[in-house]
Design a protein around this ligand. Structure first.
Ligand SMILES: Cc1ncc(COP(=O)(O)O)c(C=O)c1O
Length: 368
């Protein structure tokens, strides 16, 4: 089976050498040597000293939204075309999600729809995702948010290694909090793990408390926190891989370019468009099928090629359907979802595999 995603791992003996250190020190958690080293390497790469690790991106999002300190029931704009964690962070914080549509070309949050909703909803925050690692239009979103007095949390789960107009996603100023994932499906992994990039000292101190039961070192909770600590075993793996990010992202860009070249003459085939002066990580590579998406997916599956129809829009899920409102306009989200198919992409995917997937798809659509 050619999997849709597959993590890159370091040589086992390099990881075992770090585990031996952990066995010696018996320091398993509580931001020990490896959590600090993982943070330091990520800070250096992102050029942001206010980066802290968490047990997952999911929990990183929960503590980031909590750090905004918004009143119960405050409205938050969220895209429907994203992963479930984006909205779960809103709901765990007892806020009210309001769906916004995606841009059918970039698949990212549609800032025109954000603006359309601002007057009626007066959101306290906007949570937006860099879909598949392709940076959303941050200038437009941050401007709209500023004018509306709304805070911005960015679900950057896919975006470790993404670049927006000369700045790495995660640099200060590209959102109040930006949250990365290092789970096993990501371009750089720590098996499970996340990073929160804050914009300044006060915000990062809030994260430090929220991710560790509400206190720092003294057992006196100043806020209601939770356990979002990254274990040393996970952090150690992260320290070995985090430095690979540039190589990984350039390989994934090459894979994406090869897919595009191999599929672009299929009539009505479309690809996720990147904004000018941005670089995607291609955590996923999504195509918009001209027709018969489900049939194509089944056909590829029969030939041992795994795909996924992703993201499944949130507004149709039992947990979230009740947050739809009469004036939602999610037509582009539904249109993208009806055609999207994510093809295999991972750091070690060979050109031959890409060519084989392209050939199967070309044959399926009768293009020689
Ligand atoms: C867009 C997005 N946000 C958040 C998450 C959650 O990340 P984690 O698994 O690290 O909690 C994912 C996971 O794939 C994701 O795709």
């Amino acid at each position: 089976m050619l999997p849709v995603a597959r993590p890159s791992l370091p040589p086992l003996e390099r990881y075992v050498a770090l585990l031996e250190q952990i066995w010696d020190t018996r320091l398993l958690s509580n931001f020990g040597t490896f959590a600090q080293l993982f943070e330091a390497r990520a800070q250096a790469y992102l050029g942001n000293p206010f980066v802290r690790c968490t047990a997952s991106c999911d929990l990183g999002l929960v503590v980031s939204v909590a750090a905004l300190g918004l009143p119960d029931g405050a409205a938050c704009l969220v895209p429907s075309f994203t992963f479930n964690s984006t909205i779960n962070a809103v709901l765990w914080n007892r806020l009210r999600p309001v769906f916004v549509d995606c841009d059918p070309v970039t698949f990212n949050i549609d800032v025109r729809d954000v603006r359309r909703r601002l007057g009626a909803v007066a959101p306290a925050a906007i949570i937006a995702t860099h879909v598949f690692g392709s940076p959303l239009d941050l200038d437009a979103l941050l401007k709209a948010a500023r004018e509306a007095g709304a805070r911005v949390v960015v679900d950057a789960a896919h975006a470790f290694g993404s670049v927006y107009r000369g700045r790495r996603i995660g640099a200060a100023g590209l959102g109040d909090f930006q949250v990365f994932s290092f789970s096993g499906t990501k371009q750089v992994t720590s098996a499970e793990g996340g990073l929160v990039a804050a914009g300044g000292l006060e915000d990062v101190e809030r994260i430090e408390k929220l991710r560790a039961y509400g206190f720092r070192w003294n057992y006196v909770s100043e806020v209601v926190g939770l356990n979002a600590k990254l274990s040393e075993l996970h952090a150690a793996l992260g320290t070995l891989l985090v430095g690979d990010v540039e190589d990984v992202v350039s390989r994934r860009n090459a894979i994406a370019a090869r897919y595009r070249a191999g599929l672009s003459d299929i009539g009505d085939m479309a690809f996720q468009a990147e904004l000018p002066e941005t670089r995607s990580t291609f955590k996923d590579f999504g195509i918009l099928c001209p027709a018969r998406r489900d049939e194509l997916s089944a056909h590829l599956g029969q030939l041992g090629i795994q795909t996924k129809k992703y993201f499944r829009p949130l507004h149709g899920m039992p947990a979230y359907a009740r947050f739809r409102s009469a004036d939602d306009d999610l037509v582009d989200t539904e249109a993208v979802y009806s055609r999207i198919l994510c093809l295999p992409i991972f750091n070690e995917l060979g050109d031959g595999d890409v060519d084989r997937v392209c050939e199967v798809i070309r044959n399926f659509y009768g293009v020689r």
